[in-house]
Design a protein around this ligand. Structure first.
Ligand code: SF4
Ligand code: SF4
Length: 255
């Protein structure tokens, strides 16, 4: 769903985007929604195991199995059930109940970023011709998409830290999912301060650089920075600030 001047979502009666998908979320989404609405993660999330590990999936034990988190679907996992935050209105209408704090995935749907440009997903559930690239504020969308990519990469670093910790514990160790959520709440409280400390005028350059890494399918937070990249004002300091916060949590246990 969009929120710029041109917004097909306002007049959309279709809104299958809020019922069809399982909306996976990042730690940043979890933190913003839990903080913003004074909710505990259990009130709006579901946790489930996934077959294939991904950079966003976390371990709770040594079984090799990994888990992911997503928005609950009004207490059911049925495919076409509405999101837990969907507010039904008379006449078949409805709207998002957390619109300003909705997850990044919802904020950028149905757009994606590739090779410096904004694109619309060819398989989007939106009514046909709902989205017109020529009418969109592409600079605003580019910023939103790059910001989302940065958050996805940041979350992968946070998840990797947790997983390394779980791997370092004795083989019989098991962790409750509440422990993982508490970790996310704590780490994102500190990461928010790092982001807030970046001067506003440095963000366009940082996000542009992030897009260059995204096109190479590389997470700049896990790649050693070369001299060219670090010459960008604020770039090296921002990456280092994030890495220092994340590595201050959960030092791996010694054998
Ligand atoms: S289906 Fe598409 S146009 Fe309709 S609300 Fe969702 S994102 Fe917007
Ligand atoms: S959070 Fe809001 S926009 Fe996202 S799926 Fe739920 S109701 Fe829709």
């Amino acid at each position: 769903m969009a929120d710029n001047g041109y917004n097909p979502c306002v007049a959309c009666l279709h809104t299958r985007c809020c019922t069809h998908y399982t909306v996976n979320i990042t730690g940043y989404d979890l933190w913003r929604i839990a903080q913003g609405f004074c909710l505990s993660p259990e009130e709006f999330l579901v946790f489930f195991t996934v077959k294939e590990p991904r950079p966003s999936t976390f371990k709770l034990d040594h079984s090799g199995q990994t888990c992911d988190i997503a928005l609950d679907k009004a207490r059911t996992r049925a495919k076409e059930a509405p999101c837990v935050f969907w507010l039904s209105l008379p006449g078949g209408y409805g709207r998002c109940g957390i619109y300003p704090l909705r997850p990044l995935t919802c904020q950028i749907y149905p757009a994606f970023f590739r090779r410096g440009s904004v694109h619309i997903k060819p398989d989007a559930l939106c009514p046909s011709n709902a989205w017109n690239l020529a009418a969109m504020d592409l600079s605003l969308w580019r910023g939103k998409l790059l910001r989302a990519q940065m958050e996805f990469d940041l979350y992968h670093l946070v998840v990797a830290r947790w997983n390394a910790y779980v791997d370092s514990t004795p083989p019989q160790a098991r962790f409750p999912v509440q422990g993982y959520c508490a970790y996310l709440m704590n780490v994102y409280t500190r990461l928010e301060r790092v982001q807030q400390a970046v001067p506003e005028e440095l963000w366009p350059g940082i996000l542009r650089r992030w897009g260059e890494y995204a096109d190479l399918q590389t997470n700049p937070l896990t790649k050693e920075q070369n001299g060219e990249a670090s010459a960008l004002p604020g770039w090296r300091e921002f990456l280092r600030g994030i890495q220092e916060v994340v590595s201050s949590f959960l030092p791996p246990q010694s054998p």
